[in-house]
Design a protein around this ligand. Structure first.
Ligand code: ADP
Length: 382
């Protein structure tokens, strides 16, 4: 079974082709500075055919599309039809930057491969079962009813994937029953989020109605006092658009130290740059606070998972985020933490009550697996 995974962004197109019989990636590509998605998909088809892995997209068994916002409509991945497209279109106000580009990709792929089943996998759907107390904001309830103002959460595909990997690993290694497993997953990339996971289900997450809430990110502020934008508007005359840009694109690590790439920030801090050191400390302190909050929400945890570009690669960030948490049973092992490997790695001390795992995420493989599952069910129903 061959599944193509497409991530159609506003200025880029990422693709990966999988052979699902071996869960193996056959080829992949990234097209950047995309202005014409039709042209980008034509280039992708050419790259696929040149790779020798696929003569034509009509040979595919399925195409899995990453869609950022599924609102309250989508609790699971779905087979795409006209109604699904309409529903994704209606969700554009909730994700004005992402959903339109995702939709364009889907529409072109449907035209290019009309007989190939296409599946939408939403970044939000893993969090759709979190309880009301975690997703309703303390705002007038009518705003939820009328405008669907609530927490949705994102990075769901990644949190789901690493939680499943952790469950398989801990069942094998420690005989842990996956149904009793409590986890905190920390996805630390350009965007960052935490999720509290029980029995494979998300019960809370740090991103909110949009990806702006929660942890400190590359260029997003995460949690701040909601009155700050009002104050700035009054004092500086900034417009809504300018404030949106400020909080989403000029804040976070970049706002604090003028850099948003964690590798550069770590290097600068090592050279004694004060603001880079401060940015790292603020970033890690916020993570720590979420670890504490989710340990309370879950009434204890079995493991913390680090994933994403920073989570998988930065021993310094893992060390600082877990420092001085012995009281909570979290003790990182400095030696193990510094060893780098591409597989699941345990980095806690033997005496640590809570396991600390580094798990490489694979959102594309997760989308491929979800899509393959839907295509197989569809075939069974014919
Ligand atoms: P995205 O969220 O766009 O998928 P990634 O998950 O690839 O991004 O994460 C990108 C982040 O990971 C960048 O801030 C990058 O600097 C950071 N990163 C990658 N490798 C390292 C490393 N060895 N040390 C520190 N940060 C790293």
């Amino acid at each position: 079974m061959k599944i193509l995974v497409l991530n159609s962004g506003s200025s880029s197109l990422k693709f990966q082709l999988f052979d699902m019989s071996k869960q193996q990636m056959l080829t992949s590509g990234l097209l950047e500075q995309v202005t014409d998605h039709q042209q980008a998909i034509a280039s992708m088809e050419e790259m696929l055919s040149n790779s020798g892995c696929l003569k034509s997209v009509s040979e595919l068994d399925g195409i899995g599309h990453r869609v950022v916002h599924g609102g309250e409509d989508f609790h699971d991945p779905v087979l795409i039809n006209d109604q699904v497209l309409d529903a994704i279109e209606k969700l554009i106000p909730l994700a004005p930057l992402h959903n339109p580009a995702n939709l364009t990709g889907i529409k072109i792929a449907r035209m290019r491969a009309p007989d190939v089943p296409q599946v939408a996998v939403f970044d939000t759907s893993f969090h759709q079962n979190i309880p009301e107390q975690a997703y309703i904001y303390a705002l007038p309830y009518t705003l939820y009813e009328k405008y669907k103002v609530r927490r949705y959460g994102f990075h769901g595909t990644s949190h789901r994937y690493v939680a499943q990997q952790a469950a398989d690993y801990m069942a094998k290694k420690w005989g842990k029953n996956p149904a009793e497993l409590k986890l905190i997953s920390l996805h630390l990339g350009n965007g960052t989020s935490a999720a509290a996971i029980e029995n494979g289900q998300s019960i809370d997450t740090s991103m909110g109605m949009t990806p702006l809430e929660g942890l400190v990110m590359g260029t997003r502020c995460g949690d701040i006092d909601p009155a700050i934008p009002f104050y700035l508007a009054r004092e500086t005359g900034m417009s809504i658009q300018e404030l949106d840009d400020l909080l989403n694109k000029q804040s976070g690590l970049k706002g604090i130290c003028e850099e948003n790439d964690m590798r550069t920030i770590v290097q600068l801090a090592e050279q004694g740059d004060y603001r880079s050191e401060l940015a790292i400390n603020i970033f890690c302190y916020r993570i720590k606070k979420y670890i504490g909050a989710y340990m309370a929400a879950l009434n204890g945890i079995d493991a913390i998972i680090f994933t994403g570009g920073i989570g998988e690669n930065s021993s310094l960030i893992r060390e600082r985020a877990c420092a001085n948490l012995q009281y909570l049973g979290i003790e990182i092992n400095t030696e193990k933490n510094r060893q780098h490997c591409r597989k699941i790695q345990e980095i806690q001390n033997d005496s640590s009550r809570i396991k600390i795992l580094v798990i490489p995420t694979n959102e594309e493989l997760e989308i491929a697996m979800q899509s393959a599952h839907i295509v197989t069910n569809m075939r069974g129903n014919i």
